[in-house]
Ligand binder design. Structure first.
Ligand SMILES: [Zn+2]
Ligand SMILES: [Zn+2]
Length: 445
């Protein structure tokens, strides 16, 4: 294995670990990863690449052509951090911290770029490779992203659908990324998300003097949350539904009846069908609660992430490559669907994709004790794993990549069809139109 291009040289390993260190020291949340994106792009430049940056958002791509015809394989590394104020490495001002291991993923991406520059690396390969440092995987800070959407900078919360929209992935045939984890495994897939913002609207009045003149938006919100809880037993195990709201604004002043109360919520499920009909039930519960006390409710739904569907052929390929990069270990194919979500799901509906996990992290994902405990496992061997996947896909005239591509049926005929479908999730406006008479109040489910 030492002679193979997939085994990184000492210099390249040092560069990978430097990248991990920089990312750890400079955690930035989604669509704000300017320092990390610039640092990683500079590593690519020093390796002799010309990164194509995105201009108004962080992230970049690099296309590597073998000079021989064949499919294009997209390989991604995520740039963004999460927030966890109690983590010892959290940025004291923003609470941002790499408690999801994306720092190790970006470091591994630098390792892949370095490996492909080692002597003879491309000699036996056909087709092309698109490396992408991608922003904004964690679906957080919705208000910030809503502002970016309002300005027209982005259209989607997730970096992957946004880059897809921008044409960055045009011409891609297959895609993969390895997420940092605490062991070597791959699920069958994971659930998708509908992102919800719910604004209960009541009427302010003096809370002591004349509450009878008000309409309490907080009570309407409470009823809404109770109504969601009352439908939980209709969620089936097969659909893997998760509904988890938080109250982001519970009222302004204690001596006033709250007139605006805001909730954020995800509706997660295993299929788009389940996401859609569960979301409809949740909206019905939220609206019924408003109606019961004469309040109103605006529901701002948005497409979150698609359900992830790992391609079985790509899982098998990842398992074969893992044996080379992690000698003595076997990729644990769990055959279950995870109940977290990723925007890799969006790509998995269009290209044969896989999103397995590499070992090397310890502690609770997104928690205060999360660490990259073994950088060699999480970054260097992870890069070598992905280099071996590329070798298996693109050697012999890219025979394996072509076989996997031909066996794959995309869920949507084109990215345009896919965007038309998910854009249907967007909603806004008050859901209740109160009339004056007894029969003219209208509800929009
Ligand atoms: Zn995460
Ligand atoms: Zn993550």
């Amino acid at each position: 294995m030492k002679e193979s291009f997939i085994c990184l040289s000492e210099d390249h390993c040092a560069r990978v670990l430097d990248t991990l260190e920089f990312m750890t020291q400079h955690p930035e949340t989604g669509y704000k990863e300017t320092q990390c994106s610039a640092y990683v792009a500079e590593q690519f430049r020093q390796l002799g690449y010309e990164p194509k940056t995105l201009g108004d958002i962080p992230g970049f791509t690099v296309r590597i052509d073998t000079g021989r015809p064949g499919p294009c394989v997209l390989v991604l590394g995520e740039l963004d951090a999460v927030k966890c104020a109690t983590h010892p490495q959290a940025d004291p001002e923003t609470s941002a911290v790499h408690a999801c291991g994306h720092n190790a993923q970006s470091a591994a991406l630098v390792g892949i770029a370095a490996g492909l520059k080692q002597p003879g690396a491309l000699d036996a390969l056909s087709g092309s490779i698109l490396l992408c440092a991608v922003p904004a995987e964690e679906m957080i800070e919705r208000d910030y992203r809503d502002k970016l959407i309002e300005k027209g900078t982005v259209r989607y919360y997730g970096g992957k659908p946004e880059l897809l929209r921008r044409g960055c992935f045009d011409g891609v045939d297959l895609a993969f990324m390895v997420h940092t984890g605490n062991r070597l495994y791959c699920n069958a897939g994971s659930v998708g998300i509908v992102s919800k913002k719910v604004i209960y609207k009541g009427k302010a009045a003096h809370a002591g003097g004349n509450p009878q003149d008000g309409i309490n938006a907080l009570y309407a919100a409470n009823l809404g949350l109770s109504a969601i809880n009352a439908i939980r037993e209709t969620f089936t195990e097969q659909e893997l539904v998760r509904v988890h709201p938080i109250v982001t604004n519970g009222g302004a002043v204690v001596n006033g009846i709250p007139d605006v109360v805001e909730i954020e919520c995800y509706v997660r499920a295993k299929t788009y069908e389940a996401m859609k009909h569960t979301n409809r039930k949740v909206n019905r519960a939220l609206i019924g609660a408003a109606l019961s006390i004469g309040a109103n409710v605006e529901i701002l739904d948005a497409p979150g992430y698609a359900p992830l569907q790992n391609d079985p052929n790509m899982i098998a390929l990842a398992a074969k490559a893992a044996e080379v990069a992690y000698p003595g270990q076997t990729l644990d194919q769990t055959f279950v669907y995870g109940t977290g979500s990723t925007d890799m799901g969006d790509l998995s509906l269009l290209f044969p994709s896989v999103h397995p996990y590499a070992p090397g992290a310890s502690g609770t994902s997104h928690g205060s004790d999360y660490q990259i405990a073994d950088p060699k496992l999480a970054c260097i061997q992870c890069a070598e794993w992905q280099l071996e996947m590329l070798r298996l896909l693109l050697s012999d005239g890219a025979a394996e990549a072509i076989r996997i591509k031909d066996a794959f049926t995309p869920a949507f005929a084109s990215k345009e069809d896919y965007f038309a479908y998910i854009d249907d999730f967007y909603s806004k406006g008050d859901r209740i139109a109160y009339g004056n008479g007894s029969n003219d109040t209208k509800v929009r489910l």
